[in-house]
Write a new protein. Structure first.
Length: 255
């Protein structure tokens, strides 16, 4: 079986001293490729140094994370463009996050829209971070409807209705990770209404480790645990989940 982890952070300091072992474990678990989400100018050089060490295995995105947006967001995006000639698979992780603070709500929306324009210009999909900002997200996506945006909602734990709503606005997938395995997680019910042909697998490692590893450092080698949980919920084999989600990832990210 082949899997693709469509959202991870292997350059995170949580992996210091073990990065090569973590990547080796993922490969042994059948995870052939790991897409690296970009955060901001502080992490970006290290991320690209790592992806250069593992060409074809670790694949970089390019983006400004909403939690890194402040009044200087335009300078951050200008700095980001220095990497735009690299072999980028997506613009991400971008989006909106009002969970802890709404001080830069307008700036987040402006940065988000600007990066949607960049994705359209570069003919790349987007990898979306969305937390406690659903209506503003749809407002921005509606304003960008002329751009022909395609992409995925990373770490999706929303409702089936949210998926249907975004699907009416373009070519969209959802990234499913460890939250699916959590006790009483609503996504375990809503995922039944989302076609497997629209699902991607991800870890968001080092965060959100699946049960029975919840609370520990997550890593891409745990993708089969997420796939097994999804297979059980959908009533299909893990082989089918592996095949379909891997095909989905290859299609969306042109792998």
């Amino acid at each position: 079986m082949e899997f693709i982890d469509t959202h991870t952070h292997n350059c995170d300091s949580a992996f210091d001293g073990e990065r090569d072992l973590v990547i080796e474990r993922a490969l042994k678990a059948g995870v052939s490729r790991m897409l690296q989400a970009d955060i901001d100018s502080r992490e970006r050089p290290g991320m690209f140094e790592l992806t250069d060490r593992y060409p074809g295995i670790l694949l970089p995105m390019l983006g400004l994370y909403p939690g890194s947006v402040d009044s200087s967001w335009q300078k951050e995006i200008d700095a980001m463009l220095d990497y735009s000639t690299r072999n980028i698979v997506a613009i991400g992780e971008i989006g909106l996050d009002y969970h802890f603070d709404t001080t830069f709500r307008k700036e987040q929306k402006d940065a988000f829209f600007t990066q949607l324009e960049l994705a359209a210009k570069m003919n790349l999909p987007v990898n979306i971070h969305l937390r406690d900002a659903t209506e503003d997200f749809f407002d921005v996506i509606k304003a960008a409807s002329h751009l022909g945006i395609r992409g995925n909602l990373h770490a999706f734990s929303g409702s089936a209705e949210t998926f249907r709503r975004v699907s009416r606005m373009g070519d969209w997938y959802v990234g499913i990770g460890g939250v699916l395995t959590f006790k009483k997680a609503s996504i375990a019910r809503d995922i039944l209404e989302i076609p497997t042909e629209r699902i991607l697998l991800e870890t968001d490692s080092p965060y959100l480790a699946p049960t029975p590893l919840r609370g520990t450092r997550n890593e891409s080698a745990n993708i089969p645990l997420i796939a097994a949980s999804l297979a059980a919920i959908k009533g299909v084999s893990i082989e089918e989940i592996a095949a379909v989600t891997t095909s989905n990832a290859k299609k969306l990210f042109s792998l």
